[in-house]
Design a protein around this ligand. Structure first.
Ligand code: F6R
Length: 246
């Protein structure tokens, strides 16, 4: 089942999403959170850090597993997702660093890297709340459009549109890694609850396709239509093509 929560703008979307994450942690202090990087969740992370500062939130028992990581980037590389998570959330709250997991981009052997991450996810006992952004081509994590839905953690070749979209974080497009390790679709679908954040008019088309179009691996996010408990928090621009449908 998909619930749509309409937010006025990016800040409103971020607060609403952070409220949902916050409620999850309050109700279940030892929650396993599936986390994402990118622009969409940044505002929510800021809110969570702020509420932690105020004494309203406690991450002491929380475990986190991130969706993805560029292959080949070390933890201290500023473009790595490990670095992003530390900078924007982990260093700002009292989460136990030993309970924060991001796929290890430095493991060269892809079979080993993926197997290790699947074992880590299994070891957490399962994700309670998975936070997701959506790529312009419908990717979730780095599950790119394909002929099939990939199940577990795997190594992907990033599509040209994803490389172009992510080049905004790098000095030049040539520096964007072309491969990444990502959680699979089945792992994402195994999460008890899913929270999607979408903002901006450039996401309007994919939001319509993903949630009101056919379910196909060519639009990976469309699989979310089959999940029991999905909440999509989007701003007016991102929801502009679905306003009459929700
Ligand atoms: C990031 C991730 C990606 C992003 C997606 C949207 O960990 O898994 O799927 O969520 O590319 O990115 P933004 O939010 O930057 O538009």
């Amino acid at each position: 089942m998909i619930r749509f929560v309409h937010a006025r703008d990016y800040d409103d979307m971020s607060r609403k999403a952070a409220n949902i994450i916050s409620a999850q942690i309050i109700v279940k202090p030892d929650s396993v959170l599936g986390l994402a990087t990118g622009s969409s969740p940044l505002g929510a992370y800021k809110c969570l850090a702020h509420w932690y500062d105020k004494g309203d939130l406690d991450f002491a028992q929380v475990t986190s597993v991130n969706l993805d990581e560029y292959r080949g980037l070390s933890h201290d590389n500023e473009q790595s997702y490990y670095y992003f998570m530390h900078k924007n959330l982990f260093s700002k709250v009292n989460i136990n660093p030993e309970r924060t997991f991001v796929p290890d981009g430095t493991i060269v052997d892809e079979v080993e890297a993926c197997k290790k991450y699947d074992e880590i996810i299994r070891g957490t006992g399962g994700v309670d709340l998975q936070l997701l952004g959506i790529g312009h081509n419908g990717h979730i994590g780095f599950n790119e459009p394909d002929e099939v839905f990939a199940k577990g953690t795997h190594c992907v070749h990033l599509s040209q549109t994803t490389i172009e979209a992510n080049s905004r974080f790098f000095d030049s497009i040539e520096e964007v890694p072309t491969q990444a390790y990502t959680m699979g679709i089945q792992t994402i679908m195994n999460a008890k609850r899913i929270l999607v954040v979408v903002s901006g008019v450039d996401k309007a088309e994919i939001v319509e396709k993903a949630f009101f179009g056919g379910i196909t691996p060519w639009v990976p996010a469309s699989i979310l239509q089959l999940h029991r408990d999905v909440t999509v928090v989007g701003d007016t621009q991102a929801f502009s093509k679905i306003m009459d449908l929700i």
